[in-house]
Design a protein around this ligand. Sequence first.
Ligand code: FAD
Ligand code: NAD
Length: 460
Amino acid sequence: MPKYQLIVIGAGPGGYVAAIKAAQLGLEVACVEREAVLGGTCLRVGCIPSKALLDATEKIHLVEHNEFIGVKIAGAELDLPGLMAFKDKVVKANTDGVNFLFKKNKVTRYLGHARFVGPNKISVEGPEGTQELESERFIIATGSKVAMLKGVELDYDIISTSDQAIAYPKVPETLVVIGGGVIGLELGSVWNRLGTKVTVLEYLPRLLGGMDGELSKAAERVFKKQGLDIRTGVRVTRAYAKDGKAVVEYEGAEPILTERVLLATGRVPNTDGLGLEAVGIELDPRGRIPVGMHYQTSVPHIFAIGDVIAGPMLAHKAEEEGVAVAEYMVTGYAHVDYNSIPSVVYTHPEVASVGKSEEELQAEGIPYKKGSFPFSANGRARAMNDTEGFAKVLSHKDTDRVLGIHIIGPRAGDLIAEAAVAMAFHASAEDIARASHAHPTLAEALKEAAMAADGKPIHI
Ligand code: FAD
Ligand code: NAD
């Protein structure tokens, strides 16, 4: 029976990064993945394909609305198969990249479904039969799957999930998105830009529930302006297919008849058929694998990371944990700074956050100062004809330490990296304000917001 020092189960951003890092640190590593391609949800059906569609459709939108400056484009027409082929090519380049990295780092890959059959043994059921593998340690990185919603009858065609919504074969006339979270707004934006009439039904009183309130209000305003029909504070009770269409019922209004429905009300940890009972690992009430500080489960040589444990379901969070758990195994120490993990919604404008929201600071009774700066006053944003949004810096009232940074605007997802680094280094707002930022750049909006937190912005 093949024997390893470490077996990683799942080759998403958590698992593949952990496997590579552990191999770099000298362990003999295997990774078991049941999908034919490596990369997990993120590379196959999540982050990468959705961003390929978002970036491409933003350009298509600019062409169709003649919003490129200094050029009029006539007779432009959508090539949906071409768009989907581009997306598939991007996905392939990324998933092939993981294959290459496994080979380069000598990570042995097994294709099949892994299940614990003993404390140091798993069975792998693959296309060529079942085999057993043995290892000193394991990392469970099996990710997440779509959360079901009572009353919503998924047929994975008319009523489906993000897996299908990244690949509709034709532009639907109407799409109802259940859930005004990240997936709903990103994929809702994609199809809205291609001409679909998109309705977003959100249970909470506002979109993007976990984000800073001012940011989510601004986002709602912009998305409505872009044509999304956003209805907040509504609870969907039923969705079912009828005569080739779908009916969506929700409290307080008439049912909606629509060509397609996207269920996007969250994701849940994926531990299906893993055989956790064989090793005595129990799940928490939300179906997650409980872990200690160093990602150890209740069985000390079995670790877990990524979407399958607590915390935000984000690829970069899973990656940080992948590096940390591998380092812990070899060096005995590791650390992830959960305060400085950013989150980004890749709509246009982008919405990005790191650290605490104003609502969280208020709830925790932490005194804070606030500085904002609008992109309408930023020279580069004006030059780009892209002035929607603002940057906001929240710092401690007494110490000026940065507690949270929230940006809605062009390239907010790239700008938030500076904010995350500042938070990781415990910067003050004044530190950001005094650091030279190249002119003219969008990043100057963040510098000015930091200056505003200190009470002295220049350009507004
Ligand atoms: P996954 O990526 O889910 O990987 C788990 C892997 O384990 C899968 O490949 C699965 O096949 C495999 N597996 C499961 N069980 C077994 C088993 N028993 N045996 C063998 N293999 C098994 N996050 C971001 O940070 N940025 C984004 O822009 C972003 N966009 C997203 C867009 C969409 C549409 C979706 C759905 C998600 C998006 N996410 C994004 C979230 C991101 O994809 C996840 O947080 C991330 O993939 C989690 O990584 P992971 O390694 O924990 O799990
Ligand atoms: P989400 O948690 O972001 O949003 C789900 C939304 O559905 C919530 O606002 C919730 O209030 C709402 N909802 C729940 N029940 C409802 C009901 N009955 N009727 C109407 N609305 C209801 O979840 P998601 O958008 O499905 O995304 C899943 C995960 O994937 C998220 O955790 C996210 O972190 C990750 N993801 C990240 C990115 C990114 O980083 N850009 C992109 C996509 C997905």
